[in-house]
Write a protein that binds this ligand. Structure first.
Ligand SMILES: [Ca+2]
Ligand SMILES: [Ca+2]
Length: 119
């Protein structure tokens, strides 16, 4: 049997986090507008990780390597954890961004991301 096909993002994320935990967390927030980033980061095990590991996760989620997670990337943030992760709704994306974006530039920087995960 062939091993399951993982995307590069999934492989990187699975080197930081446990795939089974990711699956469980994605299932918990499967319904539209149910996403809760605090519980999600806790469930996937990211909250308990070192700043260094959280930064590694950030680099996966910053798909275009711009140094920031922009609103467009944030919408697809769950796909960075597993390729079958759902899109966030506009409402969820905006709420997530508002929570994370402490300096108000409309994007999530790496330090803002670490602070949010460890909050
Ligand atoms: Ca980016
Ligand atoms: Ca910001």
């Amino acid at each position: 049997m062939n091993p399951p096909h993982y995307t590069a993002a999934e492989m990187a994320m699975n080197s930081i986090l446990n795939a089974a935990d990711i699956k469980k967390a994605l299932e918990a927030f499967a319904a539209a507008d149910s996403f809760d980033h605090k519980k999600f980061f806790e469930m996937v095990g990211l909250k308990a990780k070192s700043a260094e590991d959280v930064k590694k996760a950030f680099l996966v989620l910053d798909a275009d390597a711009s140094g920031f997670i922009e609103e467009e990337e944030l919408k697809f943030v769950l796909k960075g954890f597993a390729s079958d992760g759902r899109d966030l709704t506009d409402k969820e994306t905006k709420a997530f961004l508002n929570e994370a974006d402490k300096d108000g530039d409309g994007m999530i920087g790496i330090d803002e991301f670490v602070a949010l995960v460890h909050e």
